[in-house]
Design a protein around this ligand. Structure first.
Ligand code: TYD
Length: 135
């Protein structure tokens, strides 16, 4: 459910000269990272996401700026506003997500448990509800 999607605190090394957050595969996050991608140049007012994944785990981190993530498991909704580069939202498989309210210049980095595969997407909310009603 959406209650299994949680904010993970990532290690932060703070120095007078700035900060470092490093993410060690399988140590700092609960899945094996096979892909990294990032969203940037997102125009104001745009909504991203609007799909679920069948098997993919993701950790979504606001490397710069802020945005909101709305999650649904068909029964419950949760909204997360994230704006710190050392906190990420873990999204488990089977969760519908929408991303919006991107601040100007924001960058959303995503660590994912598998390579890109269009067959892993559920892009219709109707189909999502259908699949959920059969579980
Ligand atoms: P999509 O995941 O739907 O974007 P978002 O959830 O951020 O709104 O992907 C948008 C397009 O980019 C879609 O045509 C597939 C393509 N894409 C790739 O080719 N590789 C990737 O790793 C990702 C995430 C998307």
């Amino acid at each position: 459910t959406v209650f299994d999607c949680t904010i993970l605190e990532l290690p932060k090394i703070s120095m007078d000269s700035g900060s470092i957050t490093s993410i060690n595969n399988k140590i700092d996050i609960p899945f094996n990272v096979e892909r990294v991608y990032y969203l940037y140049d997102v125009p104001a007012g745009v909504e991203r996401g609007g799909h679920a994944h069948r098997n993919l785990y993701q950790l979504i981190i606001p490397i710069a700026g802020s945005f909101d993530i709305v999650l649904s498991d068909s029964k419950h909704r949760r909204t997360f506003s994230i704006n710190r580069p050392n906190y990420g939202l873990l999204i488990i498989p089977g969760i519908w997500r929408e991303l919006n309210n991107f601040s100007s210049g924001s960058i959303c980095i995503v660590l994912a448990s598998a390579a890109y595969d269009e067959n892993d997407y559920i892009r219709s909310y109707e189909e999502f509800l259908n699949i959920k009603s059969k579980i």
